[in-house]
Design a binder for this molecule. Structure first.
Ligand code: CA
Length: 394
């Protein structure tokens, strides 16, 4: 059969993202999305590496193979497609597309870092800490709680203590928030002791996902000193079901903002690159922010080089997220703690006043970027609904 996609589709031939799907009674397999069709790649290309329930075996084959498969996929979709490979998107279940190995979260937006500095350290006249422009600050998170779009997010319980409280208390978080980010999927890693040079980082990066780093601000604010975020983040993070290949984003590359002071040589690129990805945050059906990824200070290549500079190994399926994407203006803030300025400036969302998330609230992050050839390509969505958490810990 011949497949056609409207010219204005975000999932035309310039995109061809990878995901994992199943139908009732069948095991998960790798597919691409073409328009509103899901196309089974093992059947389309006759290659059993795609009969796996995750992208990891394919990603492990390396950059040359990713480029070859993308070319073969483009040709195959332009020709006769076996009908048994094609399913309407609405008829399939989408799964977590890759096995997440290790997960690190960075903090690469100067606007977000400065806003959080003002909110968390109001007495300090300098909102950025002294290291921020010298290295991409990050922390190691929990890969096991990364879930695919559409998974409910249970409000976490934990310990919190507001500055004026006499003692910590325990209970459900009362300041549950989001962080709209991009996540970068490592296709091929590095052996221990052999750092990835910054100029080579791109060839290790398989693709990009949407990422919502759900954050319990009250738990975070009490626990994070001096070792950084832990339980305030590790209860759930949502990724999109489609991994957009970095090879599809050549038309979206843009220079990062000017990096001044100059970075150390191991982070230096002739042309540090970012991505012109426009994000959109929908809260209970209303778009409340449009964060621009192009404003991010650190390049993904610098983040991966920094992640391995001490000799730390990375593996197929490692995921590092960018940190909250926030632009300079209020309508470009990627977290509700910034949008409502720590809860001091409530917003009205779909007719109701909000500071942080209520049970039943739903957040959807979407994004698109320029594709090669003039159109735009989409990332799908990272969707999650907050549900009340019942304490079961005894
Ligand atoms: Ca984050």
């Amino acid at each position: 059969m011949r497949l056609s996609v409207p010219d204005d589709s975000l999932f035309g031939s310039a995109n061809l993202p990878y995901g994992v799907y199943s139908r009732p009674g069948t095991a998960p397999r790798v597919a691409t999305r073409y328009g509103d069709h899901v196309v089974d790649l093992a059947l389309l290309l006759g290659d059993d590496v795609f009969a796996a329930p995750s992208l990891n075996p394919f990603m492990a084959q390396g950059h040359e193979r990713w480029a070859a498969v993308r070319a073969a996929l483009t040709d195959a979709l332009a020709g006769d497609v076996p009908p048994e490979a094609v399913h309407p998107l609405a008829d399939v279940t989408l799964h977590l597309p890759f096995e997440v190995a290790d997960y690190v979260d960075f903090f690469a937006s100067e606007h977000h870092a400065a806003n959080l500095g003002r909110l968390f350290r109001p007495d300090n006249p300098e909102p950025l800490l002294p290291n921020w422009k010298h290295l991409p600050v990050g922390y190691h998170g929990r890969s096991a709680s990364i879930v695919v779009s559409g998974t409910d997010v249970v409000r976490p319980h934990g310990q919190r203590k507001a500055p004026g409280d006499p003692a910590p208390v325990f209970g459900p978080s009362v300041r549950l928030d989001i962080e709209a980010e991009l996540g970068f999927v490592v296709g091929t890693g590095n052996p221990m002791g052999e750092p990835i040079p910054v100029a080579d980082a791109e060839s290790h990066l398989f693709g990009v996902v949407l990422f919502n780093d759900w954050s319990a601000r009250d738990i975070q604010a009490w626990e994070y000193v001096p070792l950084g975020p832990n339980l305030g983040k590790s209860f759930a993070s949502t990724v999109s079901a489609w991994v957009v290949p970095l090879l599809a984003l050549t038309g979206a590359k843009v220079p990062t903002p000017v990096q001044e002071p100059a970075v150390l040589p191991y982070l230096a690129l002739d042309e540090p690159w970012g991505l012109d990805v426009g994000l959109e945050i929908e809260w209970n059906g209303e778009v409340v922010s449009r964060p621009p990824y192009s404003a991010m200070y650190w390049s993904p290549a610098q983040m991966l080089a920094h992640l391995t500079v001490n000799g730390a190994p990375t593996r197929t399926g490692d995921l590092f997220a960018s940190g909250t994407v926030s632009g300079p203006s209020k309508g470009e803030r990627g977290a509700f703690i910034e949008l409502t300025w720590g809860g001091a400036e409530p917003v009205t969302v779909a007719g109701e006043v909000r500071t942080f998330l209520e049970d039943g609230d739903e957040v959807v992050i979407r994004a698109s970027a320029p594709g090669v050839g003039g159109g735009r390509i989409g990332f799908g969505e990272a969707r999650g609904r907050v549900v009340a958490g019942e304490w079961t810990g005894g």
